[in-house]
Design a protein around this ligand. Structure first.
Ligand code: GTP
Length: 599
């Protein structure tokens, strides 16, 4: 067991791309934990996919032995946290394991939406915060101005803020010293009953569920029985240890220590993040309150391209879910697409990542329908039904009202783009709540707006109207009744259920016309005419035609160049992969996502 005075538990919080992962890498190198030669960029990002996208998804903790300038040996526990809005729940779960946080702010960019949101989360959890200005190697860095900005916006004293370059390593040794001098050590009670908090858990094919925890009070020993507070389930600790960064087995961990355990836990929901681990024979009297349940807010259908791949897809989804408690799925049937799954995500990025992992790690060939938010439908009989699939909306004559999720959104933007941001938010049915000037050049605007409006392409549009200079943070507030209607798409007079969307009444006509015209451009010509119609109830609001094809694509190759013919056929086969035959029409994947594309 380690003397608590020698432990420092900290995390790094930052806006996306401000350099959190790079700093974590430099810390591992500066302390000699990871050999320079073995240092892959962003060591802490476990998945290849994360590395490619440069986004940290899974929090991971590392124990770092460190000899400080005072000559003493310390143990630093670094808990890496993700920076994207979709994953802010992972930030809050990792904060409870720490006494302090490094707030990394890009010295050329300044305070952005998630710098603020994450700093507030840390303050709410009583964490000590050390401001760190990163990227001072850049000629555009303005540390003095950014210090003033942090003081003004977040209210942190920046007199002693650290100036570093995570890229070159400049200032990183000072960061380590300040962790020792400025962050408080843990203050657990060694003699109290065992109380440990779960802040992450995942499924490992060989080990079963692996639990990451922080001991608050008491001790945890290898071989002992543990009780999980919320489920009252009992397990025996079969493996205990720390990641440093590779796993090191230990017999005991005491207050303030961060480690992992395995205990024959079969399913992830038995080791919920936020739950308290205690001793069944001497349980703690003060279990942690736990976390609010994370609920999926964005849904889409995922269907195998080939019906016989249904079983494989189900298996892959189950595997992915083992490691991602926020991802949900259940079987659904579509008239158009056959048997598939309705999948739930935290946000669009989360959805894209899952989709990519399915394709890359599981070689799944998928047809994905347009994302939809979840609605609450109040029926005339007084029932409230959750509806996550537009095609499942009850008939209009049975509905009293439809409520949709609203979010509270903060956008940080330079003054010159303010007008464009306001126009965009208004167009997205937003209500302005606040407008604050951060300085003479930057503004924070606060809006409440329907989540559905930002699900499709809000991020891209915001980026384009502000040339990438805006940042945002949002959180769900509540469900509010709106005048919503279902927009159906008919192809040769048949409704294609997988193409239905729910839209606001005032936008329905424009969206119907746009969608029909986009579908016309993505549905390939067939041997016969294809008629695309958009309808609200019985009313047809838009109509487009795809003219019939005249020639067989390969006809003119007969007897000619065989390689060319083969190439053409291969190309066609490739095209078919993502097609779904509906009646006698081939509908490509792009058609199902046509609603997303705003050219
Ligand atoms: N010039 C310069 N570039 C840096 C510095 N630190 C990080 N970068 C670069 O900034 C980009 C973002 O850095 P990351 O460490 O991935 O940022 P992050 O905050 O961890 O991002 P997420 O993990 O996606 O939240 C990368 O291209 C880094 O190479 C620095 O000190 N100077």
């Amino acid at each position: 067991m380690i003397d608590q005075q020698r432990i420092r538990n900290f995390c790094i919080i930052a806006h996306i791309d401000h350099g959190k992962s790079t700093l974590a890498d430099r810390i591992l190198q500066a302390t000699g934990l990871v050999d320079d030669r073995l240092m892959k960029e962003q060591y802490l990002d476990r998945l290849d996919l994360e590395r490619e996208r440069g986004i940290t998804i899974k929090a991971q903790s590392v124990r770092i032995p460190y000899k400080a300038k005072d000559g003493r040996d310390y143990v630093l526990n670094l808990i890496d946290t993700p920076g994207h809005v979709d994953f802010s729940y992972e930030v809050s779960r990792s904060l409870v394991a720490c006494e302090g946080a490094l707030l990394v702010v890009d010295a050329s960019q300044g305070v952005e939406a998630q710098s603020l949101a994450n700093a507030y989360l840390a303050l709410e959890n009583n964490l000590e915060i050390i401001p760190v200005l990163n990227k001072i190697d850049l000629p555009s860095a303005e540390p003095e101005r950014i210090k003033a900005e942090i003081e003004e916006i977040i209210g942190l004293d920046c007199k002693d803020a650290l100036l570093i370059s995570a890229k070159t390593g400049q200032g990183v040794p000072e960061v380590l010293e300040r962790i020792i001098t400025d962050l408080p050590p843990p203050m657990g009670d060694t003699k109290a009953p065992l109380k440990a908090l779960i802040f992450d858990s995942w499924y490992d094919t060989y080990l079963g569920v692996v639990v990451l925890f922080r001991v608050v009070d008491g001790r945890i020993k290898l071989g002992q029985d543990i009780l999980l507070h919320s489920t009252k389930a009992r397990f025996e600790v079969t493996k205990l240890g720390v990641f440093s960064p590779d796993p090191i087995a230990l017999n005991e961990l005491g207050p303030g220590e961060v480690g992992f355990l395995c205990a024959g836990i079969k399913i992830l929901t038995d080791a919920r993040v936020g739950d308290t681990i205690t001793d069944p024979d001497n349980p703690t009297l003060s279990p942690a309150p736990g976390f609010k349940k994370i609920t999926a807010m964005v849904f889409c259908g995922m269907y195998p391209v080939e019906p016989n791949e249904y079983g494989t897809l189900k298996h892959s989804l189950e595997k992915l879910q083992l490691n991602d408690a926020a991802f949900t799925f259940e079987p659904e049937t579509s008239h158009a697409l056959g048997f598939g799954f309705r999948c739930g995500f935290l946000g669009l990025l989360h959805m894209e990542i899952i989709q990519e992992r399915l394709e890359r790690e599981f070689q799944a060939r998928l047809l994905v329908t347009a994302p939809s938010v979840i609605y609450q439908v109040r029926t005339l009989e007084g029932e409230t039904l959750p509806v996550d699939n537009p095609s499942k909306l009850p008939p209009l004559n049975k509905i009293e009202h439809i409520a949709e999720p609203y979010v509270h959104m903060e956008v940080h933007v330079p003054n010159e783009y303010l007008g464009a941001v306001l126009a965009l938010c208004e167009e997205c049915r937003g209500t302005q709540k606040d407008l604050r000037f951060l300085s003479s050049t930057r503004v924070i605007v606060t809006y409440e707006l329907p989540f559905a409006e930002i699900v499709y392409d809000f991020f891209d549009r915001l980026k384009s109207v502000t040339r990438g200079y805006a940042s945002l943070d949002y959180e769900f507030i509540d469900f509010r009744p709106s005048e919503l209607v279902k927009l159906d798409i008919l192809i040769n007079s048949e409704t294609v259920d997988a193409l239905s969307i729910i839209v606001h009444k005032d936008k329905a006509y424009a969206q119907g016309r746009e969608l029909a015209s986009r579908l016309r451009s993505v549905i390939p010509r067939q041997l016969f005419e294809v008629v695309i119609q958009a309808a609200i109830g019985q009313r047809i609001i838009a109509k487009e035609r795809v003219a019939p094809m005249r020639k067989n694509v390969t006809a003119k190759c007969y007897g000619g160049d065989i390689t060319r013919k083969r190439k053409l056929l291969e190309k066609q086969k490739e095209g078919k992969r993502r097609m779904k035959r509906m009646g006698n029409i081939d509908i490509p994947q792009e058609a199902f996502l046509a609603v997303l594309r705003k050219d």
